[in-house]
Design a protein around this ligand. Structure first.
Ligand code: NDP
Length: 272
């Protein structure tokens, strides 16, 4: 059975849209982009479309590739102090000459709707309320929507700050038993075969196949690889004997965008 991220997102977005229009709210998201990365353009467009769909004002600040770090820091300061802005998001990756961590951490935590500042990641680690990274939150929301029990053995392949690490914390908060694998893990299949819930977030097309999965497991495929106009996940779905799995595209991706909308909405409510 498919974990239909598009359908779940649609339902959540309809609820958000109704709340926003019914109560005459005006949440605003500002996205900062540096340079003209093709994937970033695609992601920003889908965020713009989703915001406009439900009544969130979307502002896009696009800067030249060679912008100085200090200039960007000043822009972020301004947005931090601008009462009409509820959420600030820096589209990653940034060009190499910019200190990504420094720039992310300049965002005031109350507007950090991507949940990537040290302040919000620290809160996540301690189990305190704060904005959570959208992909990790989207995965938990999707699994809960389908009433999938989380107090099971969860294996996460990938340990990035963006996906794997925050997700491991969210699963721990749900009392899952969590194993995290990475590129140094020897005999990956030994671990993936043990998973009741397997999350794969590596960006390696078809790293996982049916022989590496326990029958009846729940599979969450986060990976996105674009090749000649086609999008592939990290899991080869052929003959998979899973009970549930997320398609690529249409699984985790839409949930990520929807959690961003939800965070902007929550930021607006908290700030007003
Ligand atoms: P990173 O490149 O930052 O991290 C990849 C992780 O996978 C690393 O921890 C790496 O290990 C691990 N890894 C790489 N190769 C292997 C391997 N052969 N075996 C085991 N582990 C491996 O990527 P992200 O976490 O940012 O993203 C991962 C994927 O998810 C990408 O395809 C990205 O496009 C996609 N993505 C999708 C989103 C969505 O909304 N659907 C949102 C965010 C990301 P090590 O740490 O040892 O290097």
């Amino acid at each position: 059975m498919i974990l239909d991220g598009r359908e779940v997102s649609k339902n959540i977005k309809e609820c958000l849209k109704l709340e926003i229009s019914k109560n005459n709210l005006n949440p605003t998201l500002t996205v900062i982009q540096v340079g003209d990365n093709e994937s970033s353009n695609i992601y920003i467009n889908s965020k713009r479309k989703a915001c406009l769909e439900i009544g969130i004002t979307f502002k896009h600040l696009k800067f030249e590739e060679n912008i100085k770090e200090q200039e960007l820091l000043s822009e972020i300061n301004e947005l931090n102090n601008d009462d009409s802005v509820d959420g600030i998001l820096i589209q990653l990756p940034l060009p190499k000459h910019l200190d990504q961590e420094k720039l992310l951490n300049r965002i005031i935590p109350s507007k950090d709707v991507d949940g990537l500042t040290e302040a919000n990641l620290g809160k996540l680690f301690k189990g305190e309320p704060g904005f959570k990274p959208c992909t990790a939150l989207g995965i938990i929301t999707l699994l809960k929507y389908y009433h999938i029990p989380l107090q099971q053995h969860v294996v996460i392949v990938g340990r990035s700050n963006l996906v794997g690490k925050p997700l491991s914390q969210l699963f721990l908060q749900e009392n899952a038993t969590v194993t995290v694998c990475h590129s140094y893990t020897k005999d990956l299949a030994k671990y993936t075969k043990e998973a009741d819930v397997l999350v794969v977030a590596t960006g390696h097309k078809h790293l996982i196949n049916k022989d590496m999965i326990k029958k009846g497991a729940v599979i969450v495929d986060v990976g996105i690889t674009r090749e000649n106009g086609t999008i592939y996940g990290d899991v080869l779905k052929d003959n998979l004997e899973a009970s549930y799995y997320t398609p690529v595209p249409g699984g985790v991706g839409p949930m990520t965008v929807t959690m961003l909308l939800n965070n902007v909405y929550e930021s607006y409510l908290k700030r007003h």
